[in-house]
Design a protein around this ligand. Structure first.
Ligand code: AHR
Length: 326
């Protein structure tokens, strides 16, 4: 479904683009807000991670009353059925537009068709779906496969042909980032000495990462694991707690690569407890709001909008940590 790459959009560029889109678009106005207010229902996944908190803040700031929006916010606590119910509720309330961060990729066809039948445009942010792209107006987010590739390239360069026992903390089962980050990483380590000895979901949460890592340590011992690939920083942070509680030194006894680059993850990188982080930029609010305005104004918008991610070594993290916005 990915038809266009906004390659090279660093954070500043992305924000500038969004600001332009916001100021040039016209509003809708047929929903609950009255007058020219654009009423938007936003179906968020939940509040599973630091990344999610930053994404929610970005969305709430961009869809503010001052900017002409009434935002109806729903966080589904990582429950796909609850998220679909929230979208049905937005449809029955007759909102002007719906924005969704889909928890999982599958199962969206019916409710997206219902929104389409009701004439309500849907914009996806962050995660993708397997439903036909005819059923939504646009998507904005990150290239999760590329994030996995970048994490895997670091692992391949670091361990090369050396026999390496890796455990994986997967994100939410069935979610686009869990699927794509696994695929990208696997591509990048092909032909190296890295062997996946275990892989389980920690559901993108700190507690989940800690519990699953405790199980890995019990099964293989600290000495039986060389590398941890965590699909997000929160799970890596939970795993660090488990490694330290078992008397191990995270970042040394077990090297760790993770994805997100949220504040706590970057601090752990600076402290030497994580070895490498691939960014996943959560500041998608302005771009999503710009797309809502443009779609409601009847403009032709590109279906797919990628925001570029960066990577950080421990040294690079130390240089930028104080200036990071999340
Ligand atoms: O969809 C983005 C992912 O969702 C982030 O990497 C993770 O932290 C969040 O829960």
């Amino acid at each position: 479904m990915k038809s266009k790459v906004l390659a090279g959009i660093a954070l500043l560029g992305a924000m500038t683009l969004a600001a332009t889109a916001c100021s040039s678009g016209a509003g809708g106005g047929s929903g609950e807000g009255g007058d020219d207010t654009i009423t938007v229902g936003f179906a968020q996944t939940g509040s599973e991670s630091g990344w999610r908190s930053a994404n929610t803040e970005s969305m709430k700031a961009a869809f503010s009353e001052d900017d002409g929006f009434e935002l109806i916010f729903n966080a589904a606590d990582n429950d796909p059925a609850a998220q679909i119910s929230a979208v049905r509720d937005f449809i029955s309330r007759g909102v002007d537009a719906i924005v969704i961060a889909p928890i999982v990729e599958d199962g969206w066809d019916d409710v997206l068709q219902e929104a389409s039948d009701a004439g309500i445009p849907v914009i996806l942010e962050d995660r993708t779906v397997t439903a036909s792209e005819d059923l939504y107006a646009a998507w904005v987010g990150l290239d999760f496969t590329k994030e996995g590739v970048m994490a895997g390239e670091w692992a391949a360069e670091t361990f090369g042909d050396t026999p390496t026992r890796m455990v994986v903390l997967e994100g939410t089962t069935g979610s686009a980032p869990a699927n794509d980050r696994a695929e990208g990483f696997a591509q990048a380590i092909e032909g190296t000495g890295i062997e996946t000895i275990d892989s389980q979901t920690g559901d993108f949460t700190r507690d989940g990462g800690k519990t699953v890592m405790e199980g890995f340590i019990q099964k293989y011992g600290i000495d039986g694991i060389d590398l941890l690939y965590a699909h997000n920083d929160d799970m890596a942070l939970g795993a660090i707690e488990a490694i330290e509680a078992a008397g191990g030194v995270p970042g040394e006894d077990i090297q760790i690569v993770s994805i997100d680059a949220v504040k706590d993850g970057m601090q752990a990188l600076v402290d030497g407890k994580i070895n490498y982080i691939v960014e996943c930029n959560p500041l998608l609010g302005d771009l999503a709001a710009g797309l809502v305005r443009d779609v409601l104004a009847g403009e032709d918008v590109e279906k797919t909008h990628f925001v570029e991610d960066q990577t950080f070594t421990q040294e690079q993290a130390a240089e930028v940590i104080d200036s990071r916005p999340y």
